[in-house]
Design a protein around this ligand. Structure first.
Ligand SMILES: Cc1cc2nc3c(=O)[nH]c(=O)nc-3n(C[C@H](O)[C@H](O)[C@H](O)COP(=O)(O)OP(=O)(O)OC[C@H]3O[C@@H](n4cnc5c(N)ncnc54)[C@H](O)[C@@H]3O)c2cc1C
Length: 322
């Protein structure tokens, strides 16, 4: 069983490529599917795995049968991507189905064990479960003795301070601040904007200025990608799904890269992938040696005075990135 909280799909792709354990995921018989969850993380992950298996691996490995993969996306709520408009969630569902992902909604995962998962009373046998159902906030509410929401986030006032403690501020994922009757989402933009707001507020207080007006979140929009050339986008009143949204997604992500060289490199790699369906990076790695092979190498090493060490470094040297 794999228990992952990472959203970084590039890393996930890498993990699937390099870790022999994960290879089984791609070759698993139909009765043993992997399962994930239907927020943006689960949707993006399911799309990436499906595409990796059905397109990239299928064209590069003669003995790999893409139909042997079964991928189930289990979502407890009535639809995937609850933070997006219903039409966009429907478009993403259609795209996932096209990629061969089975999307189950109203399907809460009730337990996960070594044999697989139980989804709404049904046992699904699998060795590979990708858990993407969210994270728990830090226990700051307990330390502060402050009121918390169901996720353990500190309920803060409109200036991000803790009730009855104007000198204590909580921002980002650890804070629960309601706007328009709904708590702000646990996303980076909320954390960044709250951090800046509180920074300015404290600086102002130190200079003896009056406190600014309450914090107001400026929503720059939502994006989620499904596979190589498809994304859903909701920003500034525009709702769209498809290649244009994917271009915006790519632009936004490249913008956030720190170095110009990284931006150019990433742009080139993504353009190559989009146009050719080929990935520029290849990791060629040998499978874990069997216990017999290890014993044989150790035995030979004893007899040949250090050759075992050399053969080990040879093996590592052949792990090549092209
Ligand atoms: C898998 C995943 C994918 C995500 N994808 C997106 C996305 O695509 N877009 C988006 O906008 N948001 C995304 N988010 C949400 C986003 O990462 C968070 O909302 C954002 O990082 C919150 O910022 P923060 O500063 O509140 O917390 P964090 O970024 O988590 O920073 C908290 C820091 O405090 C440190 N820390 C924790 N406890 C202590 C302690 N006791 N003492 C000292 N330091 C401590 C931690 O190590 C960490 O460095 C994602 C989150 C996850 C988990």
């Amino acid at each position: 069983m794999i228990w992952l909280k990472a959203r970084d799909l590039q890393l996930m792709n890498l993990a699937i490529h390099i870790c022999p354990k994960h290879w089984r995921l791609l070759g698993y018989p139909k009765q043993e599917p992997p399962a994930t969850d239907g927020g943006p993380t689960g949707v993006e992950l399911a799309g990436a795995i499906a595409e990796l298996a059905r397109q990239t691996l299928a064209t590069e490995f003669r003995r790999f049968d893409p139909t042997s993969l079964k991928l189930i996306l289990a979502e407890a709520g009535p639809r995937i991507l609850p933070s997006f408009a219903e039409s966009l969630a429907a478009a993403a569902t259609a795209k996932l189905l096209k990629l061969g992902v089975e999307v189950r909604t109203g399907a809460p995962v009730e337990s996960v064990d070594a044999e697989g998962v139980i989804v709404r009373g049904e046992r699904i046998r699998t060795s590979n479960v990708f858990w993407a159902a969210g994270v728990r906030g830090s226990p700051a509410a307990k330390w502060l003795g402050a009121e918390a929401d169901r996720a353990g986030r500190v309920k803060v006032l409109a200036d991000c301070s803790v009730p009855s403690h104007p000198e204590i501020f909580v921002v980002g994922d650890t804070a629960c601040l309601e706007e328009g009757g709904r708590p702000l989402p646990g996303v980076a933009q909320v954390a960044i904007q709250q951090g800046r707001y509180v920074g300015r507020l404290i600086a102002g207080r130190l200079k003896g200025r009056p406190d600014p007006s309450p914090f107001k979140y400026f929503n720059k929009g939502n994006l989620a990608t499904v596979g190589r050339n498809f994304a859903v986008m909701e920003a500034f009143g525009i709702r769209t799904a498809g290649l244009f949204a994917k271009m915006v997604w790519a632009f936004v992500h490249i913008q956030f890269l720190v170095l110009t060289s990284s931006r150019i490199g990433t742009l080139f790699r993504w353009s190559w992938k989009l146009l050719t369906r080929q990935r520029l990076a290849r990791l060629i790695i040998e499978p874990e040696p069997s216990q017999d092979a290890i014993r044989a190498t150790q035995h030979n090493g004893q007899r040949t005075n250090g050759k075992a060490e050399k053969s080990r470094s040879d093996r590592i040297a052949r792990v090549t990135v092209q």
